[in-house]
Design a protein around this ligand. Structure first.
Ligand SMILES: [Zn+2]
Length: 248
């Protein structure tokens, strides 16, 4: 790859280029990442991805900002109450890093809208608190062969894994049964901060090729201990999606 250093704002990224290399920074610049859900997880994920200089950031949420969001959703301020999350997030992320193309989509993700919501994304990152929407995204990413960095968090606990169609289990096969009701009712900010940071790191690994993404491994976070553990997860031979990973 020829390195087009003029494309990079060297000073802005001067603390991370020694880690990622110029080629890693250019890969970031060429990436198009969708963050679905702009709550606690999505706030931090989108701010870090914008700060680090992804090329395009597609941010998706249909909610408005409520006062109960402000204990952890650090994209928003008290003066933003009652306004759409996507709109406010888009404005703040563009201000954080004007070099990033930020596209805010005020869309409720359903089977009917998922194509519109995720159009143009190379990677999808999970900022949701709702398993049914995650499963809609799971179907979409398997159809389109796009990696999906999944996370869930509540109280003091969280989990992260990277779903890669054809290489890993699908999300449906590791979804709790019965499917939990939507709504993050109990959470503290450090839980979302740590879990979101791990998601950003997994996204960074997928984009730049640094290290090994956590594929077929579930990262389990306990901020009380504190501990970050990894357990193996296996594709299911009886699942049409997973089976592709076993046959590849
Ligand atoms: Zn499966």
């Amino acid at each position: 790859m020829s390195l087009d250093l003029e494309k990079i704002d060297i000073l802005r990224y001067s603390r991370q280029i020694p880690v990622l290399g110029a080629s890693g920074q250019l890969k970031l610049l060429e990436s198009k990442v969708a963050v679905v859900g702009l709550g606690g997880l999505g706030s931090l994920i989108s701010m870090y991805l914008a700060a680090m200089g992804v090329g395009k950031l597609i941010i998706i949420d249909h909610d408005i900002i409520g006062v109960e969001n402000l204990n952890r959703q650090i994209l928003y301020s008290t003066s933003d109450l009652g306004k759409p999350k996507a709109e406010i997030a888009g404005r703040k992320l563009s201000d954080l890093n004007p070099l990033v193309e930020v596209e805010a989509r005020n869309i409720k993700v359903t089977r009917d809208t998922v194509g519109e919501a995720l159009k143009g994304a190379d990677i999808v990152v999970d900022g949701l608190d709702d398993w049914k929407t995650r499963l809609v995204i799971d179907e979409y990413i398997w159809e389109h062969g796009i990696p999906y960095v999944h996370a869930a968090a509540d109280t003091y606990y969280g989990q992260v894994t990277v779903i890669v169609p054809g290489k890993t289990t699908c999300l449906a096969c590791i979804t709790p049964k019965p499917i939990p009701e939507p709504g993050c009712r109990a959470i503290v900010a450090p839980t979302v901060g740590i879990v979101a940071s791990i998601e950003v790191m997994e996204t960074l690994k997928l984009i730049t090729g640094a290290g090994q993404p956590s594929i077929n491994k579930l990262i389990i976070v306990n901020v009380l201990k504190p501990s970050i553990e990894e357990v193996s997860i296996r594709p299911d031979i009886d699942c049409n999606a997973c089976r592709r990973a076993l046959l590849s």
